[in-house]
Design a protein around this ligand. Structure first.
Ligand SMILES: *Cc1c(COP(=O)(O)O)cnc(C)c1O
Length: 230
């Protein structure tokens, strides 16, 4: 199957799942996760209409973005080290994985020098998984309050990776908990008021369930580009 066909199938799936649970398909954005695939794969997806991509590694993303003829939007979805914050602040439209005030402050400083404002999501470790990055539910509120003081960052929502499970259905309670957390934080006015609140959750194996639980951003790699070779 080609990248274009895979994208078409996913769009159909997303539309049918959304409609079945009373949502509008347009509420759900697909981030095409192109990590470990070459810039040619990004070009192919772009030609098929995909405008938004996700990358996990700063150096890899920097190289690939420089190779592209077109300029799609990129979300950063990997673990961001502070010594890469400067490059990240320049390359990405949104950083989905902010999980500390130190990192947020560092990004804000670089953005100030670039004269840019950047959307961010807070990565929440909703399953308290020792193997995963992210804030605890309790820390999330405090961190959002602190980030409100940083003029070059706009916190627009939450992102999570649930613990790895055998069955996609097992991810449902984590997705639901992230949505409930975001609703509590929204009612406290902690997200940027000029933007709709985003929930980034769901990958190739479990995005139907994430959509049923309120995802507005799904991050799809394998189902678009195929299996990663490393
Ligand atoms: C790799 C990755 C994805 C995509 O995973 P697939 O299972 O290939 O769809 C989504 N989110 C994050 C944070 C990732 O690292």
């Amino acid at each position: 199957m080609s990248i274009a066909q895979n994208l078409e199938n996913i769009h159909k799936e997303v539309a049918s799942i959304a409609t079945n649970c009373g949502r509008q398909p347009e509420e759900i954005q697909i981030v095409a996760v192109s990590k470990r695939f070459p810039s040619e794969a990004i070009e192919q997806a772009y030609k098929a209409g995909q405008m938004l991509f996700g990358e996990n590694y700063i150096q890899e993303a920097e190289k690939k973005i420089a190779e592209l003829d077109n300029k799609p939007l990129f979300h950063f979805i990997g673990h961001l080290q502070r010594n890469k914050a400067k490059t990240a602040a320049r390359l990405f439209d949104c950083i989905e994985t902010v999980d500390s005030f130190k990192l947020a402050k560092s990004l804000n400083g670089h953005l100030e020098r670039e004269g840019r404002v950047l959307k961010i999501l807070l990565q929440v470790n909703i399953g308290k998984d020792p193997k995963k990055a992210g804030t605890t539910e309790q820390e999330t509120e405090k961190l959002l309050q602190e980030i409100k003081q940083l003029p070059h960052l706009r916190a627009v929502g939450l992102m999570t990776m649930p613990p790895l499970t055998d069955a996609p259905e097992e991810a449902r309670p984590y997705f639901r908990n992230l949505r409930m957390l975001s609703e509590r934080l929204t009612s406290k006015g902690l997200f940027d008021s000029d933007h709709k609140v985003e929930l980034s959750m769901g990958m190739s194996g479990d995005y139907p369930i994430a959509i049923e639980e309120g995802a507005t951003i799904i991050r799809i790699g394998t189902a678009i580009f195929g299996t990663r070779s490393y």
